[in-house]
Design a binder for this molecule. Structure first.
Ligand SMILES: *Cc1c(COP(=O)(O)O)cnc(C)c1O
Length: 555
């Protein structure tokens, strides 16, 4: 294709129009006094109209992308570029656009608002493009063809050679949406612009660049197409503040993708192992598409734990699927923990081993407790009947290790996420984790009807630790363990006593701990192990659950 072929694709009214021009466009001098635009003359930083050509921002984008400014359009989000493409190339009621399916919803929405027929060609079962079908959907009125690569919501990319074949074969404009290209192992088609005048590439600063709130989308194309975009856009489509901030960030920051990509792989792998997850599709983007047995149920569980994902199960081609964005490692831990809980509830062997009252056995004993103070933010999620999802992150390595002992020896599921003022000291973090953990245990236990109530353990390891626990509801605490070292790992030893005392107070339990031994590390490990085993015994459900065992009368 050549430029004159592109011209034939443009709506006649667009070719004929005279674009809006500002006085400052027409002025060749170097004005100092601005009396042309009816602005306020009083400087407050925002009283002047912004640069309609975004020259400064464009020069930064050009440098980052290694492309001439004449190839760049900057829009109010990619959505503006998508809408403009319809307005420039598609005669309402006559022309049509083609796209793969499932894909990004805005191509279809913008088609509808512009009264343009939208033809969707389903991807194959493995989410690859039905190349023949796609090209066969075109007729003489097909003006636009959208391909999102990596594709949203499927996450996969398409082979470069295939895209180039489609761009060469299609007789209209091909728009390749590279919103997720920074997360992909593939490279942009920007280098193909010169040899393909019918190609428009969309990118955005909303994803890897972390500027979704600023609303800036980028389109790269031939200078001819870029001029058309500039003629049709609102003159001041990018506000002054946004131009300034994006220009600065694009110069000083870099897209953050490394952690997201490694977290994507970690999360995908972990998730694939859960019961109820049928498939985790390979992704080249910052999200994963996950097929599960009960997408609505999982969605609901996640919402209950204050996690929102995108339910795509109603989308043709995505039946059973949720689309899950990759968050911070802590976000992903919480996600995995919640899916782990949901998943273990599906397990057919769960609870059936207990032959107590089926109803009591089935009642879930879970709790989620958040607590934020000026010093810390703590999240604890617990399932007393869980099978071990364990995500502990407090910022104190040895404390994490100790809490993990509670999971492994207590037969519970536990997530502890603490963000605290560790730069000051460990005190608040340890205390607040204990308080929130105690609350979570007590909340998960509920009425306590049917539990063992008492737990006592005296393991004979290389060191000796004994723990007695009574969940009857009265608070008492005793501690008989001395440490000569100031710290074990990165944890001050004085904090151990404080941890258990705070736990006893917050969960209203009676807790007696003593330990002896040579090795201080073993001694504290022994305490946590014994505590976990005593707790396990005390929270265990009785075979014949009637009420909380009472120490009055019988005992
Ligand atoms: C997120 C996304 C965009 C970006 O849209 P903006 O309007 O630039 O924020 C574009 N295309 C696809 C496929 C997306 O998923």
């Amino acid at each position: 294709m050549e430029t004159k072929d592109i011209e034939r694709l443009v709506r006649p009214n667009i070719l004929a129009m005279a674009p809006y021009s500002t006085a400052r466009d027409e002025c060749e001098g170097n004005p100092e006094i601005f009396l042309d635009a009816n602005e306020s003359p009083y400087d407050n930083g925002f009283n002047r109209y912004p640069d309609p050509h975004q020259r400064k921002l464009k020069s930064k984008v050009a440098a980052v992308k290694g492309i001439g400014e004449e190839h760049i359009f900057i829009g109010n989000g990619s959505d503006e570029a998508i809408d403009l493409a319809y307005r420039i190339f598609c005669r309402p009621g006559t022309d049509n656009a083609i796209s793969i399916s499932p894909t990004y919803g805005m191509y279809g929405v913008a088609a509808a608002t512009n009264d343009v027929e939208f033809r969707e060609v389903p991807l194959k079962e493995d989410f690859s493009i039905d190349e023949k079908g796609l090209l066969a959907a075109a007729d003489e009125n097909s003006r636009l063809l959208f391909i999102c690569c990596p594709n949203n919501p499927t996450g996969n990319s398409f082979p470069r050679e295939q895209l180039l074949r489609i761009i060469s074969a299609f007789k209209g404009i091909v728009i390749i949406d590279e919103a997720y290209i920074d997360f992909s192992s593939g490279s942009s088609l920007i280098s193909e612009l010169d040899s393909h005048p019918n190609l428009i590439i969309l990118q955005t600063v909303s994803k890897a660049w972390g500027m979704a709130g600023l609303r800036v989308g980028l389109a790269f194309a031939s200078p001819y197409i870029i001029r058309l975009f500039s003629n049709v856009k609102y003159p001041y489509n990018i506000n002054g503040l946004t131009q300034e901030i994006v220009a600065k960030l694009i110069e000083t920051a870099r897209p953050r993708t490394e952690e997201t990509v490694s977290e994507r792989e970690r999360t995908a792998k972990a998730m694939a192992g859960y019961r109820g997850i049928l498939e985790v599709y390979p992704s080249d983007a910052n999200f994963i598409l996950v097929k599960c047995t009960d997408p609505k149920g999982l969605y609901k569980s996640l919402i209950e734990n204050r996690i929102i994902v995108r339910d795509r199960s109603g989308v043709k081609g995505c039946e059973g699927c949720l689309r899950i964005t990759i968050g911070t490692p802590e976000d992903n831990d919480r996600l995995l923990y919640t899916i782990g809980i949901w998943s273990s509830a599906l397990s057919p062997d769960r609870d059936t081993a207990r032959d107590g009252s089926a109803e009591t056995a089935a009642a879930s004993r879970r709790a989620t407790v958040f607590r934020a103070t000026s010093e810390t933010g703590i999240t604890v999620m617990i399932d007393l009947d869980g099978k071990g999802p364990c995500f502990i992150s407090t910022g104190i390595g040895f404390f994490d290790h100790a809490l993990e002992q509670i999971v492994h020896h207590g037969g519970i599921s536990l997530l502890v996420e603490a963000k605290g003022d560790l730069h000051v000291d460990e005190h608040h973090t340890v205390e607040d984790v204990a308080i929130v953990l105690g609350k979570a245990v007590s909340e998960a236990l509920g009425s306590k009807i049917g539990i063992g109530r008492y737990g006592f353990v005296l393991p004979m390891d290389e060191s000796e630790a004994s723990v007695l626990i009574d969940l009857g509801g009265r608070t008492d605490f005793s501690w008989d363990a001395e440490f000569s070292r100031e710290k074990i790992g990165d944890m001050p030893t004085e904090m151990f006593r404080h941890f258990f005392k705070s736990f006893a107070e917050s969960s209203c339990c009676n807790l007696h701990i003593s330990a002896r031994g040579e090795n201080e590390h073993h001694k504290i490990e022994g305490i946590f192990k014994a505590f976990a085993r005593a707790l396990k015994m005390a929270i265990a459900r009785d075979r014949f659950p009637y009420s909380l065992p009472s120490s009055k009368g019988v005992l």
